[in-house]
Design a protein around this ligand. Structure first.
Ligand code: ADP
Ligand SMILES: N[C@@H](CCOP(=O)(O)O)C(=O)O
Length: 318
């Protein structure tokens, strides 16, 4: 048997919801923006290999690849249920750049665990699988946060709940919005971008954060597009992280003059996103970002919609 899982890129935080809001992305031109993992029968207990555009940036030793930790974590989860992992080989197709703000580690984790789970006849239910994905993401970034793994796995715009046995739930999105997502080609470690944030915040920032997040969720549920987009502002991470991203302010200024609804840092950066409603403006914004924001040959830009499907399983090999 061979199983392949595709797990889309995601925007963590979406500006207004630090660690509690995340959106899965699908380029409108049908380009693949996410990692894929193949799991197949094997004549030895385990093997892992890597391919794809960004495979050369992964740790050289297979044991340092998060996909290997997924294998160990999944085997342990099966063992707890009195089940055994089958002999298998895994292939990671690393399509997302590392330390990009596109949920790269989450994409590998979700694709790996979704493929392993499909290969074992869905031994874990969706919540159990998502809990394990969050745990593995926490190993890499220094603390458990679901704002990449949840949208990547479930699709859509996900709001983290993490109470009463509910990890996340999806909230409505505006069909007319395009998300122009541009990776400049440099890397920022999520763990380091978390370490520079204050340990404590002023009361006024806490109130602004809570008020705007509540207003965004309310506006999304009541279809108030203008109000929702006006809430896409960040007092928690962006003031401290923007200095790590060359030309971030120029992007914001140009986007505002070009009809953008909002501009923000995707996850911990350096990818930025610009939300727009006009497709032609979005395509022009992409051209501008490619000419003015991308720094090297690793960079790229996509005009995206929200990916509603999340992780997809197919039967064919890579
Ligand atoms: N399959 C993988 N995908 C991405 N990163 C991986 C993977 N396996 C191991 N790593 C390591 O995990 C860290 C991921 O860094 P991080 O900044 O969290 O990336 P991202 O923000 O893109 O998820 C890097 O040190 C990287 O070498
Ligand atoms: N909420 C996290 C999101 C990190 O996303 P990544 O794509 O940079 O891994 C944070 O902002 O730290």
């Amino acid at each position: 048997m061979t199983v392949v899982a595709y797990a889309p890129a995601s925007i963590g935080n979406v500006s207004v919801g630090f660690d509690v809001l995340g959106a899965a992305l699908a380029p409108i031109d049908g380009a693949l923006l996410g990692d894929r993992v193949e799991v197949a029968d094997h004549d030895a207990p385990f093997a892992l290999s890597c391919q794809g555009r960004f495979a050369h940036k992964l740790p050289a030793e297979a044991e340092k690849n998060i996909v290997y930790d997924c294998y160990l974590g999944y085997a342990a989860a099966l063992k707890k249920r009195g089940l055994s992992i089958k002999p298998l080989r895994m292939v990671l197709e690393k399509n997302l750049p590392i330390g990009s703000g596109l949920g790269s580690s989450a994409s590998s984790i979700v694709a790996a665990l979704a493929a392993l789970n499909a290969f074992h006849d869905y031994a874990l239910d969706q919540t159990e699988a998502l809990l394990l994905m969050g745990e593995l993401e926490g190993q890499i970034s220094g603390s458990v946060h679901y704002d990449n793994v949840a949208p990547c796995y479930l699709g859509g715009l996900q709001l983290m709940i993490e109470e009463e046995g509910v990890i996340s739930q999806s909230i409505p999105t505006f069909d007319s919005w395009y998300w122009v997502s541009c990776y400049p080609g440099i890397s920022i470690s999520t763990a380091e971008a978390r370490a520079i944030l204050p340990a404590q915040y002023r009361r006024s920032d806490c109130l602004t954060y809570g008020r705007r997040l509540a207003a965004f969720v309310h506006a999304s549920h009541t279809g108030q597009e203008k109000l929702a987009s006006a809430m896409l502002k960040d007092v928690i991470a962006e003031p401290y992280r923007q200095a790590l991203i060359p030309k971030f302010n120029e992007v914001r200024q140009h986007a505002a003059m070009s009809g953008a609804l909002a501009t923000g840092i995707s996850g911990s950066g350096p990818t930025v996103f610009v939300a727009m409603t006009d497709k032609q403006q979005a395509l022009r914004m992409k051209d501008w970002l490619e000419a003015n924001f991308i720094q090297n040959e690793d960079g790229f830009c996509h005009v995206c919609k929200i990916d509603r499907q999340g992780t997809q399983i197919t039967g064919q090999g890579l």
